[in-house]
Design a protein around this ligand. Sequence first.
Ligand code: PAF
Length: 286
Amino acid sequence: MIERMLQVPTIAELRRLVGEARRQGKRIGFVPTMGYLHDGHLSLVKKARETCDFVVMSIFVNPLQFGPNEDFDRYPRDLERDRELARSAGVDLLFTPSVEEMYPRQVLTTVSVAQVSEPLCGQSRPGHFDGVATVVLKLFQIVQPDAAFFGQKDAQQLAVISQMVEDLSVPVQIVPCPIVREPDGLAMSSRNVYLSPEERQQATVLYRSLKQADAWLKEGVPLDEIKQRMAEMITAEPLAEIDYVEVLTYPRLTPVDTASPGQQLIFALAVRFGRTRLIDNMLVTV
Ligand code: PAF
């Protein structure tokens, strides 16, 4: 593992250092993040280290992907701690641009991936995936990685980015990585720190309901009935407020009434606990 990690805040310096690594014949792996790192992020770095010789991580809380009433200002940030975690996980180069470095002038060009961006979080967070696709394409242009690593926890984001890369022939391999969970099943997320102890305890219902959904599917329970039972399980927790409980095809995220053999489906959830909105999902092959 490389002990020395460099941190750069400018696009020019990042390009220079990645260019050097590339000239040395190194395969470049990229882990884009918004920081406040947890074991989920670190698992992406671990995966990147397995197949790449030089790992770049970005930490950038991207204003384009937050709505006006969302948590951009209060999104948790701790660069000191992140730097140490990134270094010990084996990141070679940490890119920490400011908003002014990334967007020095008003952004007039945005990337919008139709259809896949529309259901689920696209309904409750209008414009969110345009912000994600735009910043990710921009980061790909800056880093020009051979491979980029994304968590399956943000399954819709992964589907949007994979579609964008395919449609625009972006020369990067997208590597999906499994969801990392706390011992009680809660999917790791930087937003988990917002939860009060009571909310944190009740939030385990997300994973419990997903596991039940999988069991019900195997028993042959119809999809509509599964969604209804999941919603009942979730609302039994007094602090939980459902944003959506859905089952769709994956990765195209189209509606599905009846599961057909061999089909890949996603059970996807978004649930609010107070001001905190959590998402989780499970992929199943029928
Ligand atoms: O998943 C995230 O942390 C962000 O959406 C990403 C991919 C870093 C883009 O800002």
